[in-house]
Design a protein around this ligand. Sequence first.
Ligand code: HEC
Length: 143
Amino acid sequence: MTSNNLKCMYKFIALMTVALLSTNNSSADDYEDEVRKRLGLKPQVQQVSAETNSELESSSEGRSGELVYNQGCAACHDAGLAGAPLYADDTQWEERVQKGLELLTSNAYNGYNAMPAKGLCIDCSEEEIKRSVEYMLEALTVN
Ligand code: HEC
């Protein structure tokens, strides 16, 4: 290998390094878009993740407390099944009410002794569980 060839090779390596470094910076997305454009591909559309989607739904939309209660919670809380505190029964709720809406919601959402997590409403958001707990508390005269 002549020294000229060597020089040429160093130059080539230097160029490759610069090229590699420049594609590895913050404009990597722009670079990808550019490549896609040149290949005649459509620009990449940002995918909204399922998680973000369900978060959006739960914050603004969702079922009412009454609906969630009737569809699920009522099965136990209307009949006092497995020791579930009865709907609208002040005496059975008196002590629990002291815990406050936040803790009651968190217990209903995460499960509490024989009370199953989310009251078995597997697709219920925390907001929906909160609404159904509120619905149960509204039926009481103790607060
Ligand atoms: C399978 C029966 C069952 C279903 C369905 C059910 N619960 Fe319960 N729940 C219980 C039982 C049993 C308890 C009493 C647990 C204890 O205190 O040991 C309870 C207790 C609670 C409490 C009081 C928790 C506390 O910290 O004292 C709340 C609030 C509650 N349930 C809300 C709900 C909501 C809201 C739903 C519907 C989304 C629901 N439950 C569905 C059985 C059920």
